[in-house]
Design a protein around this ligand. Sequence first.
Ligand SMILES: NC(=O)c1ccc[n+]([C@@H]2O[C@H](COP(=O)([O-])OP(=O)(O)OC[C@H]3O[C@@H](n4cnc5c(N)ncnc54)[C@H](OP(=O)(O)O)[C@@H]3O)[C@@H](O)[C@H]2O)c1
Length: 282
Amino acid sequence: MSNEAPTTLILGGTGRTGSRLTGTLARRGIATRTAARSGADVRFDWDDPATHPDALVGVDRLYLVTPALRVAYAEQVAGFLDLAETVGVRHVTFLSTYNADRTPRGIDIAAVEADLAARQAVTHSVLRPAWVMQNFGDHHLPVLDRVITAPSGGGAEAFVDAEDIAAVAAETLVDPDAHAGARYTLTGPQALTFGEVAEIIASVSGRPVVYHDIDPEAWISGAVAAGVPGDYAVMLRWLTGTIIAGNGSVPTDDIEKVTGRTPVTFRQFAERNAQTWSVEAK
Ligand SMILES: NC(=O)c1ccc[n+]([C@@H]2O[C@H](COP(=O)([O-])OP(=O)(O)OC[C@H]3O[C@@H](n4cnc5c(N)ncnc54)[C@H](OP(=O)(O)O)[C@@H]3O)[C@@H](O)[C@H]2O)c1
């Protein structure tokens, strides 16, 4: 039997929220283990169950990020949660998504939420974030030749900073009892159109950046041609269709309720990352 302090396992530990969560938990004195296929503390591959037991050694809390760019994973996640329960995990914080209870058939986000709710041996918290601001700083929604291209039909979204998601996740993992059964809807403080996002990026980077609306099917075909799995098209169609229909996320106060801090605005995020686009938009 080990005398080491229980550890929090962070799946997606090199990703946008997981990497930030690790630092925050470490500052709060919580032992962490990041997990990913490469570059993390432990090698963990959803598709290689042989990597799962080692990742879970000494773990009592789990940050659950489901397999990337997939829609059908409920059984795989259930099997992993069964193992996690067996080895002593007692709390799971699940990175879900905004409107998870309205996902179309075939997307397993709601199924994972339901699985967690049905488990007796673990408590859980669910984080349902809006579109992440970081999408505009990486390959998801890049500024290419001074243009952001995405389908939105002029609809707005309350983009949220991954730092704020990680901050809420940290609170749930530091004090699971206080957040057991909670569902937090995480958004930025304002709903912005993609045109407004382009204006902010242009203003902080000092370079012209414009927004180009595009037919959603053309955009999805382009994503699939660029390597996004074809199965994932249903997710992209749902996410963009929601914004086009005018049902994008609206601001909530859950981040402030949980962390005591107001969520980061898009302008603050953009100022922090201005360098990204100063180079991109040349
Ligand atoms: N983007 C958005 O706007 C948005 C909004 C709401 C919710 N979400 C949800 O956020 C989740 C993504 O979280 P994130 O943004 O923090 O991460 P992320 O930046 O997308 O990174 C994905 C992480 O998962 C790991 N990973 C990918 N495939 C894996 C596999 N087969 N086995 C094990 N690990 C794997 C990656 O590392 P390796 O590649 O090295 O394995 C990386 O650490 C998704 O479930 C998405 O639905 C995203």
